[in-house]
Design a binder for this molecule. Structure first.
Ligand code: NAD
Ligand code: ZN
Length: 363
């Protein structure tokens, strides 16, 4: 499957399917990367033993001068230290402005390697090679970043890749918890934009075990199409792109407050989406009760309440530091209807009351 991702600043191809990695040489030629071009593959220590050799060999056979740098796996690796270490590796390998970085891994590798590419010598080209379900989201759209202990994705850039090569064969080794994590973003895409896809998910994906074969492929395709259409409309998040943050205001606060990697990104977003739904119900004076969202999420194994020991006022402080907030006011993406969201400014006292209410719903 091939798609063209279009943004205001750039168009690039996305190749999706089993064995997509074999199309790399052809694709690189089309991108006018002559043999001899230096390429630095950035990957993590789980993905490297699984897929680095294959990708390296494919690139080397096409005549490229290939290097690799391996970071530890996990959310905590999206750090300034690893960013700096990657820059050091790029300099030591002698990458120049015509060189390419290849991000081989999940969203952590993609965000970090993309930010390295965005800033090395003021910006060089890079390719996204996603290896997780979650990366159907993170590999598309050009947002790249690292975390700061004080806040998630706080240091970053917009830097679109030259191409996305998504070999779905790589997903076969993905652990169940990571499949679940990525599925949260699939649910998000349905809830913000696509009532029919949402109905399909409710009918066809009863548990994580249903997430394989053609159904998994369909989720990936739909997710990519929704993400791509939002990014086409608004590359730099001056408008509708903020809708993709549904569930992320509390989600990001949870990730940094608990410590990166305690919850997966998708677990945090799932809890965040349930909170956003509660706030939507209170603010719009309506009920989504018939959807039984918490039960639905629980059937996949998502946490459905605030983890113990988190103080609502601390979460509120984190949410006020979110990138959507300005002048110290929390802004959240709320659900008016399935497929219809809106960004709303919310006062502190209301936020705090709803956080307490949400905390009270836990077991
Ligand atoms: P991740 O990159 O940490 O991958 C999850 C785990 O799976 C890691 O331990 C990794 O080593 C392992 N793994 C990866 N591929 C594997 C495979 N094929 N087989 C076995 N194990 C594999 O995390 P993620 O969930 O892919 O990405 C989460 C990150 O993405 C978060 O930091 C989030 O903020 C970011 N994100 C960014 C955007 C964006 O627009 N840039 C969008 C959504 C999420
Ligand atoms: Zn996300």
């Amino acid at each position: 499957i091939e798609r063209t991702i279009e943004t205001a600043t750039k168009q690039y191809p996305l190749l999706l399917g089993d064995g997509a990695v074999r199309a790399l040489p052809c694709l690189l030629q089309a991108l006018s990367c002559p043999p001899g071009t230096k390429m630095l593959i950035i990957t993590d220590d789980v993905v490297a033993p699984l897929y680095l050799d294959e990708v390296r060999a494919t690139l080397a056979a096409a005549g490229y001068d290939v290097y690799a740098y391996i970071i530890p796996n996990g959310e905590a690796a999206k750090s300034f230290d690893n960013y700096y270490a990657c820059q050091t590796a790029a300099l030591q390998c002698g990458l120049d402005r015509r060189s390419l970085i290849v991000a081989l891994g999940g969203g952590v590798v993609g965000d970090l390697a993309g930010f390295v590419a965005a800033t090395y010598m003021r910006g060089i080209r890079y390719i996204q090679m996603p290896t997780t379900l979650l990366a159907h989201d993170s590999a598309v759209g050009g947002k790249v970043a690292i975390n700061h202990p004080l806040g998630k994705n706080m240091i970053g850039a917009f830097h679109q890749p030259e191409a996305v090569v998504y070999d779905t064969a790589f997903l076969r080794t993905l652990p169940e918890r990571e499949l679940r994590s990525g599925f949260a973003e699939v649910i998000k895409h349905a809830l913000i934009r696509d009532r029919r896809f949402y109905d399909w998910l409710r009918a066809e994906i009863k548990t994580l075990a249903d997430l394989q074969g053609g159904k998994l492929a369909y989720c990936i395709e739909k997710g990519i199409d929704i993400k791509a259409s939002v990014v086409r409309e608004d590359e730099k998040e001056t408008g509708v792109r903020a809708h993709l943050n549904f569930g992320h205001t509390l989600g990001h606060a949870l990730e940094s407050e608990l410590g990166y990697g305690v919850l997966t990104h998708g677990e945090a977003v799932a809890v965040g989406m349930l909170f956003a739904i509660l706030v939507s119900e209170r603010l719009y004076g309506r009920s989504f009760a018939e959807h039984r969202f918490a039960e639905w999420f629980a059937a996949y194994g998502f946490p459905v309440s605030l983890p113990d020991g988190l103080a609502p006022h601390r979460l509120l402080e984190k949410m006020k530091g979110d990138k959507k907030a300005y002048a110290g006011t929390v802004r959240m993406v709320l659900l008016r209807e399935i497929g219809d969201v809106e960004v709303v400014e919310l006062e502190d006292d209301k936020m705090l009351a709803w956080l307490w209410e949400f905390a009270g719903q836990g077991g």
